[in-house]
Design a protein around this ligand. Structure first.
Ligand code: SAH
Ligand code: SF4
Ligand code: F3S
Length: 475
């Protein structure tokens, strides 16, 4: 597993508890907002939208919840333990609320959507519950709470993409940023709660995406990550002046790549059933589209994949990996894997391990299966793999992934890689850190003439289990 730190760019949805702090609003209303995010990058991107909406109404953000007037927690429902973490955190906010009864506590995001008004019954300290498509209503909902009522809006939308809201970005590094290109998911993988918490899939218009990326670039950002649960099904149809056009994901990638060769493009998540050769050729064609694809396999066994409703087979997945290797030979590939899905046998688990041998993933995010209420699997299948068996299978998967990550990192030793300098290394002020094209973290000694946001060539002389170490040879 990659070492997750606040601000890291990963696909892992177990990031937790980061407060978002943004610039002071233009016309302050004297109130302070504290917002903490859990879950996937889409949730973190949403918190920036929420902060933007409330900053427009005069709220100032704070990194200290004990001095806040409004505390929001943007929640994740993907696994049981993600929800448990949120409940634990809420009980800490409860202690503050007992001291300051005027404090407004709000629950946003996927758990708000999943539990709806049940939240207000279960957690007495919660004043407001708002689902992911209702953030524009937040100022009004806060008004309702101030007048003494509890407030809730969990309506899902078929259209909302927040396209016109430019997210405020702070406590980032000023170099890399996320851009949501779509919302929701239409896939219905049987284990997954996301279609229920995020609603139907919809694509944001490409002009607002390109404008946002261009604006970031103008402000000194050098890397954007395009976000969606299934970016390969991005599809937009509409007018470009007089002409009706359709833009697919390959087309969108190209439009963003053309902003500047100095702007790196990353994206996540690709779905094995939908990733096309056209997308792969587009990645190969543009140097600034990073050679890195997050292609979650979930399981290496066709029967389990079918029960998961992933709509591809083991062979299909392998063929897509072969296509990536053929079209983009130095492409990094990462994955998500679920251990111990319903009815999984030892042989089927072995198929996942052999798939890992086949691909030798650069990174992996691996989890024990956690049954989510309301999903297809919860309704139709028995969660019959004992917890200790799930854990043992997971530990085998984790061990295999460590080998894969190490193998991939070693391929860079003795080579020179292009790195976007993101800032000072977490471990030492004397070192810089940044990522290469394939998303590997590279650490190297600082030099006076190099600044964050610059591209440098680094000669890699060794690697640790998760990091490449080297020295600048050119910039
Ligand atoms: N849209 C992405 C995944 C989003 S959720 C995709 O299709 O790949 C991120 C990861 O969480 C999933 O890839 C899956 O591996 C894991 N996950 C989702 N539901 C889960 C559950 N019920 N139990 C365990 N892991 C789960
Ligand atoms: Fe969940 Fe599947 Fe949609 Fe990913 S593609 S968000 S796993 S339903
Ligand atoms: Fe979690 Fe919702 Fe993302 S359930 S993983 S925060 S879409």
């Amino acid at each position: 597993m990659i070492d997750l730190q606040p601000g890291d760019k990963t696909h892992d949805e177990t990031r937790q508890g980061e407060a978002l702090i943004v610039d002071a609003p233009k016309a302050a209303n004297g109130k302070k907002l504290y917002i903490e995010s859990y879950g996937c990058q889409m949730n973190f991107a949403d918190s920036e939208i929420v902060a933007s909406i409330l900053s427009d109404k005069g709220f100032e953000t704070t990194g200290d919840y004990s001095e806040a007037d409004v505390v929001f927690i943007n929640t994740c429902s993907i696994r049981e333990n993600a929800e448990q973490r949120v409940r634990n955190r809420l009980s800490q906010f409860g202690a503050v609320k007992r001291r300051n009864p005027n404090l407004i506590v709000g629950v946003l995001g996927c758990m708000a959507e999943r539990l709806k008004s049940k939240f207000l019954d279960e957690e007495k300290l919660v004043d407001v519950v708002v689902g992911p498509d209702a953030y524009r209503e937040l100022p009004q909902l806060l008004g309702e709470v101030e007048s003494g009522q509890k407030a809730i809006n969990v309506l899902l939308s078929r259209e909302e993409t927040y396209a016109d809201i430019s997210p405020v970005r702070l406590n980032g590094n000023g170099i890399t940023a996320f851009i949501s290109i779509m919302r929701g998911c239409d896939n219905m993988c049987s284990f997954c709660v996301v279609p229920f918490t995020r609603g139907r899939e919809r694509s944001r218009d490409p002009f607002s995406i390109v404008a946002e990326a261009q604006d970031l670039f103008n402000r000194g950002y050098k890397e954007v990550t395009l976000l969606g649960q299934n970016v390969d099904s991005y599809k937009w149809r509409g007018m470009d002046g007089e002409e009706e056009i359709a833009v697919n994901f390959a087309g969108l990638l190209e439009r963003v790549a053309l902003i500047s060769p100095e702007l790196r493009i990353r994206f996540s998540t690709s779905h094995p059933k939908d990733i096309t050769d056209e997308v792969l050729y587009t990645i190969a064609k543009y140097d600034n589209i990073c050679n890195y694809i997050h292609l979650p396999v979930q399981s290496g066994n066709t029967r389990i994949l079918e029960l998961m409703n992933r709509t591809y087979t083991r062979e299909w997945y392998m063929e897509r990996v072969d296509a990536i290797r053929r079209i983009i030979p130095d492409c990094a590939i990462s994955t998500d894997i679920i251990a111990g899905f319903c009815t999984e046998t030892e042989e089927e688990h072995q198929d996942t391990l052999s798939m890992m041998d086949y691909v030798k993933y650069d990174y992996g995010f691996m989890f024990c299966y956690s049954e989510r209420p309301g999903t297809l699997a919860a309704r139709k299948l028995e969660d019959d793999i004992p917890e200790e068996v799930k854990k043992r299978r997971l530990s085998e998967i984790l061990a295999k992934q460590q080998q894969g990550s190490h193998y991939r990192l070693q391929q860079f030793v003795g080579k020179t890689v292009k790195v976007l300098v993101e800032g000072v290394s977490k471990k030492s002020d004397l070192d810089y850190c940044g990522r290469n094209d394939q998303n590997a973290m590279v650490v190297f000694p600082k030099t006076a003439d190099v600044k964050a946001g610059q591209y440098v060539d680094v000669y890699v002389d060794k690697c640790t289990s998760a990091t490449l170490l080297g020295t600048i040879v050119n910039h």
